[in-house]
Design a binder for this molecule. Structure first.
Ligand code: MN
Ligand code: MN
Length: 277
């Protein structure tokens, strides 16, 4: 019998099909259905590495939300995202959001912070995403963690995989007390210690583009898929929510990045269900 068979808390998958706050390429809005079909593809099975069996009984599909077609850059879609996440939390579901560009993480955290004011964020990314504004857009996918830290929506922000830190972002890291682990300083086998519940925000460009080429900003020298999975597996506190963002199917001719997204979703979901069983 799967050890999560009787669990009351379930995971919810929810897609946010927005990429109007991308700065370089469009395409991330097309990702959610491809991640879902990779997750349930018969090329693999629904057993996680931790031994949890995913099924429709413990993974609820909350569907997709999309901005108005042709929406301009900005925060017009954010209240929809915030309400969707709040609604899932009200039902005691643990949301895993499928992006979409990384701008979605700010409204997601607004919903989380009302219920979980002492949340720590574990953020995988090639980029710190701490710009005060980017090309005049404060809702840009280059800015979500500046908004999150300004509003005090997280107790801690730990960033892993960084390899594009410039002077402005270094100043923002200092200003907000971000624990930034640059890729050049990353070492395998050193679990990151947390003393309270965690939210995982996973930008696919945190991985090396050799493993996940389907991103808008290919930045060589990143994490292997295995290294990222090991960091997640090493979290010893409950994971209450997560997002997998910035997968751009237009940059993924072989479909491998969709499978990597699905693998991350699967192992994060297994971790969530394992924690509550
Ligand atoms: Mn990034
Ligand atoms: Mn990002």
């Amino acid at each position: 019998m799967p050890r999560n068979a009787a669990t009351a808390v379930r995971v919810a998958l929810v897609g946010f099909r927005s990429d109007e706050n991308s700065s370089f390429l469009r395409g991330a809005a097309e990702a959610p259905p491809l991640i879902r079909s990779a997750l349930w593809s018969e090329s693999s099975n629904a057993s996680t590495e931790s031994g949890v069996e995913l099924s429709e009984a413990n993974v609820h599909d909350a569907g997709d939300f999309a901005p108005t077609p042709g929406a301009a850059a900005g925060d017009a879609f954010f209240p929809t995202i915030e309400r969707a996440i709040a609604g899932l939390l009200d039902r005691n579901l643990a949301p895993i959001s499928l992006g979409g560009d990384h701008a979605i993480t700010y409204p997601i955290l607004r919903a989380f912070a009302r219920r979980h004011p002492r949340l720590s964020i574990l953020h995988f990314d090639a980029h710190p995403d701490l710009y005060d504004e980017f090309e005049g857009n404060r809702a840009s996918h280059a800015c979500p963690f500046a908004r999150i830290m300004e509003e005090g929506l997280a107790a801690r922000l730990v960033q892993v995989g960084l390899r594009t830190i410039n002077a402005h972002q270094r100043a923002q890291i200092e200003r907000f007390g971000v624990e930034a682990i640059a890729m050049k300083d990353f070492r395998e086998g050193r679990p990151i210690a947390f003393d309270g519940p965690v939210y995982v925000s996973f930008d696919m460009d945190g991985l090396d583009p050799a493993f996940a080429p389907g991103v808008s900003h290919r930045e060589p020298g990143g994490l292997t898929t295995r290294q990222a999975l090991d960091v997640i597996a090493g979290v010893r506190v409950p994971i209450l929510g997560a997002d997998v963002v910035e997968f751009n199917p237009r940059m993924d001719p072989t479909g491998i990045t969709a499978m990597v997204c699905a693998k991350l979703v699967k192992e994060i979901a297994g971790k969530m269900l394992g924690e509550v069983s």
